[in-house]
Design a protein around this ligand. Structure first.
Ligand SMILES: Cc1cc2nc3c(=O)[nH]c(=O)nc-3n(C[C@H](O)[C@H](O)[C@H](O)COP(=O)(O)O)c2cc1C
Length: 221
């Protein structure tokens, strides 16, 4: 499975079976996390076999069950913190999908267990991503009308493909508050709407757009 297939197959999964992530899968996942951390200057960490974060009332309220593994999205407190953890976090989500794992981005419905991950000076935890083998593969989310996200009339195929991939991206409360505009030539402007977590959502959507459009076809404005 490649990243484009992972975009189609990925849905948020909140209920997991009681099965540890197997050794080879974990080795590959850790290698990819390290790569993303190096490229983005981040400190994303896998937290394994830690049932407390998703063991309380918040997680039950969010309909989570069986979550024992998650990614702690820790990074230096920079101005682009949100967009960056969105972008690289989603790369890891899609890679995890290619390895047969399921995921769910989680900003609110969990409890912070501070002893489970490292936050160095000048860093902070953004959100977490639940990780494991799902009871199901989840289901597709409802989409906004494409016109609310981009004007694809007469646009080149790569642009429409990028927009379609972005519309499959996870967003907080499925809000899809992002917009893509094709500027002259091959430049694309991506903008976040107002509201909670919209900058994380934008980073996630840009990750999907690049995969759908093909990075070689355009530059970000
Ligand atoms: C930044 C962010 C935060 C999220 N926080 C939560 C959360 O606290 N609880 C939850 O159940 N789902 C959370 N989600 C998952 C969204 O509800 C989900 O991505 C959205 O409904 C779209 O569905 P899909 O991921 O299956 O495509 C979050 C997603 C994102 C991107």
């Amino acid at each position: 499975m490649d990243f484009s297939e992972a975009i189609n197959d990925r849905h948020s999964v909140r209920a997991y079976i009681d099965k540890p992530i197997d050794g080879e899968t974990l080795r590959l996942l850790n290698g990819y996390i390290e790569e993303c951390n190096r490229e983005g200057g981040l400190h994303i960490q896998p937290v394994l076999d830690e049932p407390q974060a998703f063991g309380g009332t918040m997680a039950r309220y969010g309909k989570f069950s069986g979550v024992k593994n998650y990614l702690a999205l820790v990074a230096p407190k920079t101005e682009d913190f949100d967009e960056k953890i969105g972008y690289f976090g989603e790369k890891i989500v899609l890679y995890a999908q290619t390895l047969g794992l399921n995921t769910c981005w989680v900003a609110a419905t969990y409890k912070k267990v501070k002893s489970a991950y490292l936050v160095d000076e000048g860093e902070k935890l953004g959100v977490v991503i639940a990780l494991g083998y799902g009871q199901t593969q989840g289901k597709p989310h409802k989409n906004k009308a494409v016109e609310k996200i981009a004007d694809i009339n007469g646009a080149p195929e790569w642009f429409s493909n990028g927009v379609r991939a972005a519309m499959l991206a996870p967003t907080a409360l499925n809000q899809q508050k992002f917009k893509f505009t094709l500027c002259d030539g091959n430049r694309v402007k991506a903008e976040a709407g107002a509201g909670f977590y919209t900058k994380i959502d934008l980073g996630i959507a840009k990750c999907h757009f690049e995969i759908g459009a093909g990075k070689e076809n355009f530059n970000w404005e």
